[in-house]
Every structure is written in structure tokens, then in C-alpha cells.
Design a protein around this ligand. Structure first.
Ligand code: ZN
Ligand code: ZN
Length: 479
């Protein structure tokens, strides 16, 4: 290719080589030379990292581990609640929302993004709770199916991977996934089976069948299935209960069916599967380890209180702020933080829906206005909910019981490998990688997950150095 050319031909040649290099860069950065395989994702709510320890009795999980990778645990984001982590797992932040300098959008930046302000920790993607309040509009976000929870204001802080996929012309099918019914940044997935409370095992197995068919037929490029049962049983009966054990065994049966269908449909070499939870679960002592706010403060001094349990958001009246803060500062088994005092490691205080006071309970403790306001559940034929809860989550995300799990199998993953822990914010990069799309800026660490991948996708992302080398080549050709 390298010939000695002079005069006008040389000028044409250097323009050609510049165009060629730009074309190569465009191809690299558009992702078309990345590994690009179909992906099936499972979000198993409230599945603690150690729920699958009894592998002898969980052949479905065991087969996935034998064929793929398992990390010791996955640390959730703070607060270790559902909605904040659903989004931390699935989003990269929008360039304009991430306060970063030009250049942070460089596609290789997963590692660098971990040390910048860009990303999708809760304070970046803005879903900082299962219950949120916007002081400006007085609108509320409430876990479940409250109409105001679908407003773009809660969701548009970051771009979920399914929105990025749809924007790229790829198709995503989602089953019971909270938020798939919401138009986010003007986009919805190609298919959304809307969330219902506690989808049944039948819902789960039907979703698996439909997801696999969609992926195999080419109607879907990615499918995502949500399952809530493990979390529900963990709350009602506690993480060590026989009910949780039974629910895990039933989930295992669904995964045995999944493994079987992958073989039947001949998808083993085409389809990557990633499964994870949003957080773990710890035992609580209902009526015993309870912090009743009415004991310490006058609730009429508070404009708004959101959520109860391990993390409570309080907006005291301005004139009463110091008084409320002082009164709560003396409460045992709980920390009260002014907004700027919330520990940096929570990556929380920068969120726009964060309250002026945040209360965080010690593990096992439960903060509520009063015992009468505890969230009992409907466990009997009585019209009033009377059931005691025995498990909860939301505590400090470094508390071991809050740890979730992560498993993956498929052509892009190593086989029969155990790996070191990862964090919820790391998962997004892996999904992007196997799907062959460029990750948006995010807080994940590429070095924490790179090891999980088999060699076939190792060269997929061009590094800045690599690109600089290419530019140097262009310049030398032009010289
Ligand atoms: Zn959850
Ligand atoms: Zn839960």
C-alpha cells in the first residue's frame, strides 16, 4: 500500500488515507466490529448472594455456573433498594447530564469513568429511592404502579440500555420489568409486558419461552425478564426461612427449563445470558428493633416524610430544621445526615430528589413514624393487613447481607469460573460489550469485569492509545 507518490496524486492519497482512517474510526466507534450477540437478562429481585450456596439441590443454577461465570457477590448501590439499583444496573448517563468534560464520552472510558463524576450512581441517574418527592412540583414517585411515577422527570436522568438499543434500531422485549412501560427519553422497548405485583412462576416460564422465541426468530436482539417472588418471600418470612428456600428451588426449576430450552433451540453458541439481583435481604425484628420518630420529634414540624425502614427522607419546616436535626442526632441505632454530610461513598447526596435530612438505620433496625404505621402485609382473610415482616433491605450497601448475586453464561463468557466481587454499576458495561454497543459514560469499572469474558471479545473496544496511534499513522501518511 505504501508507495512513493508526489504532486497532486499525493494530495489525493493523503485525503484518501484521512478519509479511510476516519471511516475505520467510525466503524470502531459505531460498534459494528464489537462482539454483537443476543442477550437474555434476568433481574431476580432480592436474591441474596448466598441463596444459591446449596448447589446440590439447585441443579439449574449449578449447570449455569458450570457453563459460565459466577462472582462471589455483587455490591448494590446505596440505598440497597429496588428502584435505585434497577437503574444503576441498567443505565449509562447522558453526556449532557453528567457534568463531564468533552472527552469523557470516549467509548473506552469505563475505567476512567469510575474516577470521574460521570456515570450512573444513584445521584447521577436520580432514582434515589423507591419513594421520592419533588419539592418543586410536589409530585411523588411511589414504588408500584402510581401514575405520577411514570413522569419523565424521574426516569430521564440517565439512559437505560434498552432505550439505547431501540435508538440504534435494535429491538428489546421486556417482561414484567419495572419501568418498561414508561416512555424514557421519548423511547419505549419494542415489547413490554407491564409489571404486576409478584409475577407467578407460570408468568416466569412463559416469559422465558417467549423471550427465547423472540431472540431466536430475530424479532428481538435483547430480552429482559423480571421476577419478584424471592424478594416478596424474603420480606414476609425472612432470608433464612423455608419459604425463601422453596422459592429459590422453584426458581431453579425454571432455570432447569431455561437450560433445556437453550439446548433444544440450539442457542448455546449464539446467546449470552446474564442474571443478577438488585440487592440482598437481612432479618429484621418487627416491633423490637423499631425507631419511632414520634418519640423524638413533632411530626407537624416535618413538611414531608418519604419511605420507612432502613432509609427515611425528611424535609423539616425551615424554621424547625435545626431543632429536628438535633433531636434526631441523639437517636441510637440510626444516623441522621444533613444533605452535605451524607458519606461520599454512598454516591447519593448529589441527587436532585434527595431530602434535606436523610436517616439511615443500623442493620436490622427499622425507622417508622410510629409502630402503627409499620408496613404490615396481607397474610390472612382479615380485611386489614396484619402480617409481620421478617426481612428488609435498603441499609448501607457495604453491609454483607445487602449483597446480591451475578451469574453469566454464553459464548462471550468464560466457563466454570469463579470470580471476585463486582458492583451493580459494573454490569452495564458487560451488557454493552456482549451486545456490541458502546457504553455511555458510567461509573462501572471495566477492570473488575473484564476477566469474566472469554477471549473472543477481548479486542473489541479501541483504546484511546490505539486511536491515537491510528491518528499518528494518518498524519505520517499526510506528511
Ligand atoms: Zn428489590
Ligand atoms: Zn424488597
Amino acid at each position: 500500500m505504501c508507495m512513493h507518490i508526489s504532486g497532486p496524486s499525493r494530495a489525493i492519497m493523503s485525503r484518501l488515507s484521512l478519509a479511510c482512517a476516519i471511516a475505520i474510526l467510525a466503524v470502531l466507534f459505531s460498534g459494528s466490529c464489537l462482539a454483537s450477540r443476543k442477550l437474555l437478562v434476568f433481574l431476580i429481585d432480592g436474591f441474596r448472594y448466598d441463596y444459591m450456596d446449596d448447589l446440590q439441590n439447585l441443579p439449574g443454577f449449578k449447570e449455569i455456573m458450570d457453563n459460565g461465570v459466577k462472582v462471589d457477590y455483587m455490591t448494590p448501590d446505596f440505598p440497597s433498594l429496588s428502584y435505585p439499583n434497577y437503574y444503576s444496573l441498567m443505565t449509562g448517563s447522558l453526556p449532557q447530564a453528567s457534568h463531564n468534560k468533552l472527552g469523557e464520552f470516549w467509548p473506552i472510558s469505563p475505567d476512567r469513568a469510575g474516577v470521574t463524576e460521570s456515570g450512573r450512581y444513584c445521584e447521577v441517574h436520580q432514582i434515589t429511592g423507591n419513594y421520592m418527592w419533588d419539592q418543586g412540583s410536589l409530585k411523588e414517585f411511589l414504588i408500584g404502579i402510581n401514575p405520577d411515577s411514570r413522569l419523565p422527570m424521574w426516569w430521564d436522568g440517565s439512559e437505560p440500555i434498552w432505550v439505547t438499543m431501540q435508538k440504534l434500531g435494535k429491538k428489546v422485549f421486556m417482561y414484567y420489568w419495572p419501568g418498561c412501560e414508561v416512555e424514557i427519553l421519548g423511547v419505549r422497548p419494542s415489547f413490554c409486558e407491564e409489571y404486576v405485583y409478584n409475577p407467578t412462576e407460570r408468568n416466569l416460564t412463559d416469559s422465558i419461552e417467549r423471550a427465547l422465541d423472540g431472540l431466536r426468530s430475530g424479532r428481538a436482539d435483547m430480552a429482559a425478564v423480571y421476577y419478584e417472588k424471592i424478594d416478596v418471600e424474603g420480606h414476609h418470612y425472612g432470608p433464612m426461612s423455608s419459604q425463601v428456600k422453596t422459592a429459590v428451588q422453584r426458581l431453579d426449576i425454571a432455570f432447569q427449563v431455561l437450560n433445556q430450552k437453550i439446548k433444544e433451540k440450539d442457542l448455546r453458541d449464539e446467546l449470552n445470558i446474564i442474571m443478577f439481583s438488585d440487592h440482598g435481604m437481612t432479618e429484621i425484628k418487627w416491633m423490637e428493633k423499631v425507631i419511632e420518630l414520634v418519640t423524638y420529634i413533632n411530626m407537624s414540624d416535618v413538611v414531608k416524610m418519604m419511605d420507612r425502614g432502613p432509609v427515611v427522607s425528611l424535609w423539616p419546616k425551615q424554621a424547625k430544621y435545626e431543632e429536628v436535626y438535633r433531636a434526631l442526632s441523639s437517636v441510637r441505632n440510626m444516623n441522621v445526615y444533613r444533605r452535605n454530610q451524607v458519606p461520599d461513598r454512598f454516591h447519593y447526596k448529589g441527587g436532585k430528589f434527595v431530602s434535606s435530612l436523610t436517616l439511615v438505620a443500623d442493620p436490622g433496625w427499622f425507622i417508622t413514624e410510629s409502630k402503627s404505621k409499620l408496613p404490615f402485609w396481607q397474610n390472612s382473610s382479615s380485611p386489614e393487613p396484619q402480617g409481620w415482616q421478617h426481612g428488609w433491605h435498603g441499609y448501607d450497601n457495604e453491609f454483607v447481607d445487602m449483597r446480591g448475586f451475578f451469574l453469566a453464561q454464553g459464548p462471550d463468557f468464560k466457563r466454570n469460573v469463579r470470580a471476585a466481587p463486582i458492583r451493580a454499576v459494573d454490569v452495564y458495561n458487560l451488557m454493552c460489550k456482549t451486545l456490541g454497543i458502546l457504553p455511555l459514560p458510567n461509573n462501572g469499572s471495566w477492570s473488575r469485569v473484564e476477566y469474566l469474558l472469554s477471549g473472543s471479545v477481548g479486542l473489541a473496544w479501541p483504546s484511546p492509545l490505539w486511536a491515537l496511534g491510528l491518528l499518528a499513522l494518518v498524519l505520517s501518511l499526510q506528511a
